[in-house]
Design a protein around this ligand. Sequence first.
Ligand SMILES: [Zn+2]
Ligand SMILES: [Zn+2]
Length: 248
Amino acid sequence: MFKTFQLMGYMGGVPTRAVNTTSAVLSTETFHIMIDAGENSYRNFLKHNYKLSRLKYIFITHLHPDHIGGLIPLLFYKRVIRNNTPLVLVGPPNLEEYVRMNIKYSDFTLDFETKFIDVTKCPEIIFNDNYSVCSRLMEHKLDCWGYRFDDHKKLLTFITDARISDNSYKLSDNVDVLIHEATFPGGMEDFAYKKYHTTISQAINLADSARAERLILTHFSQRMEKSKYVDILYNRMPCYISNNISEL
Ligand SMILES: [Zn+2]
Ligand SMILES: [Zn+2]
């Protein structure tokens, strides 16, 4: 069963002095799932007291650097410290090539068992018997997938980066937790549409229409004032959780 989730980074596009770009951890009693691996993900993972030997899955939404910049370093460090836990990497069709080219030019090998899953070939993934993940293509500048994680008791959906589309509703329908991007403040809908992103108001409307129990906002533009998002409540619960760990 899923126990907790945490955003290790929640800035969109560019990190700030204090906060990293996108990376989240979803945990069961025995293993962890990393969702996106923005820069510094390896160090953040250790800093938040997660064990690398329990990291079994990494899901990548898309290949923009603020979502994948920390992946190659993580694989490299894992190899150097001889951590041999097998790793499953799930993501866009070109994720495997991206990783293989990087490690080829950086001249290292993956000495641990690695499996790549192309989401386009596998929109429903069953893993560890009790868990499944449903993926849907989002509307973003670069092909990007949203994921809904299911442990047969709770549903958690992770969507960033994306405009709101039919697939946003399909993935968010009746979920217990919806983690959604809110790159821009309300009022900037036209601009957000042009940039293939979502505003805070649009994310709230989506959660509301889809009857999500809880909404967590992430991927804030560094140009958006913090006061625009820190105090927002949805269903009487805070949408901003910073780096704090949350129960599912
Ligand atoms: Zn992004
Ligand atoms: Zn992006």
